[in-house]
Design a protein around this ligand. Structure first.
Ligand code: CA
Length: 229
């Protein structure tokens, strides 16, 4: 999977050079020459990392970073025009993850990008809001589910059921386990509600995909498991 990098740089030659180098390294690259436009792109599209020049037309890099941090924790490398300590401090204060001073060796930039992306991927795994099995990812705080990078719409109950299964992945859960955890001990409705909801869930997260994750354990209940692991 290609990682997407946004380059925000108004010096056209430098922007072009970085674009070529990063493209050559296998990243998917987009370039913006203007701070305001870049912020718009960051709101609309998903990127894995931003290279953000400080001196930019319309909105400077520090302001872009400040606003960006209101809605995203994407890794940011600030690019400072000279070895200016106050600028660097300001850049890091607004939530940039790293900075690099012009002129820089492209190898150094690439090394810093790799380091930040590696850190980001590790954070994602450790982040307790995030659950994952195979290519399915759940963000518990944002109530979002993705399978193979595609967002899947679930109802609240379907979502709760999926979270419960994934938190217990590899463990067979009985209908009673599921019923008491998702519907509560005092649930008085139809007992086949678990099977009904498992069917709903399968139709959304399994049926459209080749690898099936939810398995039926006959006479017992259900388990979510990644057999290809
Ligand atoms: Ca500039």
């Amino acid at each position: 999977m290609e990682e997407r990098i946004l380059i925000v740089e108004d010096e056209l030659q430098l922007a072009r050079l970085m674009e070529l180098e990063l493209d050559h390294e296998g990243y998917a690259v987009k370039v913006s020459h203007n701070g305001r436009e870049a912020l718009g792109l960051l709101q609309e599209e998903e990127f894995d990392l931003v290279l953000l020049d400080i001196m930019l037309p319309e909105m400077d890099g520090v302001e872009v970073c400040r606003r960006l941090r209101e809605f995203s924790d994407i890794p940011v490398i600030m690019v400072t025009a000279r070895d200016a300590v106050p600028e660097k401090v300001e850049a890091l204060d607004t939530g940039a993850d790293d900075y690099i001073t012009k002129p820089f060796a492209i190898e150094e930039l690439l090394a810093r990008i790799r380091a930040l992306l590696r850190r980001k991927n590790n954070d994602l795994k450790e982040d307790s809001n995030m659950l994952a099995i195979a290519d399915l990812v759940i963000d518990k705080y944002k109530y979002k589910v993705k399978r193979a990078e595609e967002e899947v719409e679930l109802t609240k109950k379907e979502f709760d059921l999926l979270v419960y299964l994934v938190e217990n992945q590899g463990i067979v859960l009985t209908r009673e386990d599921i019923l008491s955890n998702i519907w509560g001990y005092d649930y008085m409705g139809e007992t086949n509600i678990v099977d009904v909801y498992i069917r709903y869930l399968r139709s959304k997260i399994d049926d459209p995909f080749e690898q099936k994750l939810i398995k039926t354990v006959r006479g017992v209940g259900y388990v979510i498991r990644d057999d290809q692991e």
